[in-house]
Design a protein around this ligand. Structure first.
Ligand SMILES: [Zn+2]
Length: 294
């Protein structure tokens, strides 16, 4: 989630309230990644099995950027501006590690209608999924990851912050940062996700040189964005669609969300965005397509 640009006109108090709602601050306060699988609609989440291989095993399947100085994790924000009218829609499937009780009470952190719309409109997309989301919705995670239209990347396991402060998110201890990133990939494999790409999006986008160096051995490319949709907590789809349509440039990476709880208008916004950008000559691609041409 990206409150820094989602709420540019909101008052500080409102920002704090929305961040709180999105990140479950003041929730059950469960420890980082310590809570077990929850249930949604009576459906039991995946049960951890045997250890899975390192995410770097899959790295050869998707293009990555070369590491930075000292082996630091490289950061990708957009593709080439002279590479044609290509744009990548990205959807953060947010669920924080302590939001299981809220899901059990009926709160929806998924958005099946959004995924169906992307399929119907044949829009490729990259889903940045938290490991906790994959545990909560293993069937959907597997379905998304088994569809050649989509690729699944890590949005951390816990959706906790990797630098402080970060909009009130609880913080992952620096020494556990790499394990949190990799735990998401492990959760994907346990859910049966096939099309995993070695990309990582920091919760809130919050990072610094130190954490990039810390994550170097994970062999992921950090993916930021250059277009903010503003879909988090939006009440109307129109302004979200207008913002995206007006800001997209060749090579853009658009950040949106795949969670009804925090972004209820995203599916409708996508229905408006896709035909308009196509009419302007844009082709929808995945992040890996933009990284490949970088
Ligand atoms: Zn997020």
């Amino acid at each position: 989630m990206f409150p820094e640009i989602n709420f540019p006109r909101a008052g500080a108090a409102l920002v704090a309230l929305l961040c709180c709602a999105l990140t479950a601050c003041g929730g059950s306060g469960g420890g980082k990644g310590a809570d077990g699988p929850g249930t949604a609609g009576g459906r039991k989440a995946a049960t951890p099995q045997a250890p899975a291989p390192s995410p770097s095993v899959r790295a050869s399947a998707a293009p990555t950027l070369p590491p930075g100085p000292g082996g630091a994790t490289p950061v990708f924000s957009h593709g080439r501006r002279d590479g044609g009218k290509r744009v990548a829609l990205t959807f953060d499937a947010d669920m924080t590690s302590d939001q299981g009780p809220r899901a059990a009470r009926g709160e929806h952190f998924d958005n099946p209608a959004l995924i169906e719309t992307l399929r119907r409109l044949k829009v490729p997309a990259t889903v940045f999924m938290t490991g906790r989301w994959a545990e909560q919705y293993p069937g959907q995670a597997k379905s998304i990851g088994g569809d050649p239209l989509f690729e699944v990347a890590s949005h951390s396991y816990s959706h906790h912050a990797f630098t402080t402060p970060c909009y009130g998110l609880p913080t992952v201890p620096r020494a556990e940062a790499r394990a949190d990133v990799e735990r998401a990939f492990t959760a994907f494999r346990r859910a049966g996700v096939e099309h995993i790409v070695p990309y990582f999006r920091f919760p809130g986008g919050c990072h610094d040189d130190g954490v990039l160096k810390e994550l170097g051995p994970a062999k992921v490319t950090a993916v930021q964005w250059d277009v903010v949709s503003g879909d988090a907590f939006a009440k109307q789809a129109g302004p979200v669609a207008s913002q995206v349509i007006s800001q997209v440039k060749p090579g853009s990476v658009v950040v949106m969300h795949c969670t009804r709880s925090a972004a209820p208008t995203t599916e409708e916004a996508v229905r408006r965005i896709v035909p308009e950008l196509r009419a302007k000559g844009y082709e929808f691609v995945r992040v890996s397509d933009l990284v490949a041409g970088h």
